[in-house]
Design a protein around this ligand. Structure first.
Ligand SMILES: *Cc1c(COP(=O)(O)O)cnc(C)c1O
Length: 406
C-alpha cells in the first residue's frame, strides 16, 4: 500500500488514475484506435460499442439513461454548455432579453465566471449567500426566483469545504416553479450517492478525473423529457453527441470514465467508511496536538474526504513550504493563479488572515493510515514552528516507522 512521498492529499483537485481504469483504457490507446463515428468498418464499430458500454456505466452512476449523457472534455466544459447552452436556447426560443440566472457565492469559478459572461449578453445574475457552514438555503433561492429566471445553478458538494447542498429540496423547488436546474456535481458524483431518478435535476456536470478516471473527459447529463431542455450547442461541427457537442469522441477517455464510474458505484460505500475514519483520525490528531484550530464546512452534511482547517496565526503558503512532503492545497487550486483569498472561505465568514491560514486536505481511495499519521506529525510540527510554540503532548518527532524507507 501507499508509502509514497510526497503524501498525496489533494483529492479535490484531482485523483490518481485507478490502475484498473488504466487497464481497460490501454487497448484503446494501442490497437483499437478507431473513430466511434466511422460507420463503415470494424475499427469504428468496436470504438462505438465501447463508447455505448461506457455511456451506460456513466449514466448508471447517477441514475440516468445512456441517452442522457453528453461527453465533454471535463466539468468546466459541461458547465459552460449547461449554462450558456440553456441561456442561448431560451433566447432563441423567445427572442427576449432580460433573463435571470441564480447561483451561489461558493460555486466553482467555472460556474461563477460562466454566469458573469452571460451578463455581457444582458442576463442578470443573482448570487445567493450561504450560511457559516457553506450551505445555501432553498428559501433564499425561492425568494429570488422571478418569471424571468432562466436557470438555477447550485453545486452538489463544495470542492473546498466539502459542504453538501440540500439538492433534493432545491431541485424540487425549481421543478414546482418551472425553472431549469443545473448542478455542478463534480465533487459529488462517484463520492456520494447521486440518483436522478429521485432528484429532479435537469442538467448535471461531472468529470472523470475527480473519481480516479483520466483527465480531459467529463459529461453533462441532460434530462431527456419533461421538460425538454432548450440546449444550444456551444461547439458546432460533425453533429456528434446528438448535435450537442461536436468533435471526435475521446474513446480511451470515455472507456476509462465508464470503468471509473462503475468502480465508484460498486466501492463508494466501503471507500467512504474507510476514508471517513481516516479523515476523523486526521482531525482528531491535529486537534490533540495543536491549540486553536478550526474546521470549516458543515459538521454533518459534508464529504468524508474533506478536511478544511484554519490555523490562526499561520499562513497556508508558509505551511505548505514547510511541509513539501505533504501535497495539500490552500483554498482552491483552480484559482491559485491569483493569490487572492478563497472566495469560498470569505463567503462563510472567514476574515482575510483566517482564509490565508487555511489548508484544504483532500483524502481519497488510495489514502492510507500511515499517510494520515505522517501528515498529522508534519502538520503539527510545521504549525508549531510557524507559531513559535510547542505542540501539546509533543515527544520525539522522528519519522514514523511505517514511512521509513518510503
Ligand atoms: C474540478 C472541479 C471543476 C472543474 O472540473 P474539470 O473537469 O477539471 O474541468 C468544476 N467544479 C468543481 C466543483 C470541481 O471540483
Amino acid at each position: 500500500m501507499g508509502r509514497q512521498l510526497p503524501v498525496y492529499l489533494d483529492n479535490h483537485a484531482t485523483t490518481r488514475l485507478d490502475p484498473r481504469v488504466l487497464d481497460v483504457m490501454m487497448p484503446f490507446l494501442r490497437e483499437q484506435y478507431g473513430n466511434a463515428a466511422s460507420r463503415a468498418h470494424e475499427y469504428g464499430w468496436m470504438a462505438e460499442a465501447a463508447v455505448d458500454i461506457a455511456r451506460a456505466q456513466v449514466g448508471r452512476l447517477i441514475g440516468a439513461d445512456a441517452e442522457e449523457i453528453v461527453f465533454t472534455s471535463g466539468a468546466t466544459e459541461s458547465i459552460n454548455l449547461a449554462i450558456k447552452g440553456t441561456a442561448e436556447g431560451l433566447f432563441q426560443r423567445s427572442r427576449r432579453p432580460g433573463y435571470q440566472v441564480i447561483t451561489a457565492a461558493t460555486e466553482h469559478r467555472a460556474v461563477l465566471d460562466t454566469c458573469r459572461r452571460l451578463e455581457d449578453f444582458g442576463f442578470r445574475v443573482v448570487v445567493v449567500p450561504v450560511d457559516g457552514f457553506g450551505r445555501v438555503s432553498p428559501d433564499d433561492i425561492a425568494r429570488v426566483i422571478t418569471d424571468d429566471t432562466a436557470l438555477v445553478s447550485i453545486m452538489w458538494a463544495n470542492n473546498e469545504i466539502g459542504t453538501i447542498a440540500p439538492i433534493a429540496d432545491i431541485a424540487a423547488l425549481c421543478k414546482v416553479r418551472g425553472v431549469l436546474f443545473h448542478t455542478d456535481a463534480t465533487q459529488a458524483a462517484g463520492r456520494i450517492p447521486v440518483d436522478l431518478r429521485r432528484v429532479p435535476v435537469d442538467l448535471l456536470s461531472f468529470s472523470a478525473h475527480k473519481m480516479y478516471g483520466p483527465k480531459g473527459i467529463g459529461a453533462l447529463y441532460v434530462r431527456k423529457h419533461s421538460p425538454r431542455i432548450p440546449l444550444a450547442a456551444q461547439i458546432d461541427g460533425g453533429g456528434h453527441e446528438r448535435g450537442m457537442r461536436s468533435g471526435t469522441l475521446n474513446v480511451p477517455g470515455i472507456v476509462g470514465f465508464g470503468k471509473a464510474a462503475e468502480l465508484a458505484a460498486e466501492e463508494m460505500t466501503e471507500d467512504n467508511v474507510r476514508i471517513g475514519e481516516l479523515r476523523d483520525l486526521l482531525i482528531a490528531g491535529i486537534r490533540h496536538h495543536l491549540e486553536d484550530v478550526s474546521i470549516n464546512g458543515h459538521p454533518r452534511e459534508k464529504l468524508v474526504h474533506n478536511a478544511n482547517i484554519t490555523f490562526p496565526g499561520t499562513s497556508a503558503d508558509a505551511l505548505m513550504m514547510a511541509m513539501k512532503d505533504v501535497a495539500v492545497s490552500s483554498g482552491s487550486a483552480c484559482s491559485s493563479a491569483q493569490p487572492e483569498p478563497s472566495h469560498v472561505l470569505r463567503a462563510i465568514g472567514l476574515s482575510e488572515p483566517e482564509s490565508k491560514g487555511t489548508l484544504r486536505i483532500g483524502l481519497g481511495r488510495f489514502t492510507t493510515r500511515e499517510e494520515i499519521d505522517y501528515t498529522v506529525r508534519r502538520v503539527m510540527e510545521s504549525v508549531a514552528s510557524l507559531r513559535g510554540t510547542k505542540t501539546r503532548g509533543q515527544e520525539s518527532l522522528g519519522e514514523p516507522a511505517s514511512l521509513r524507507g518510503a
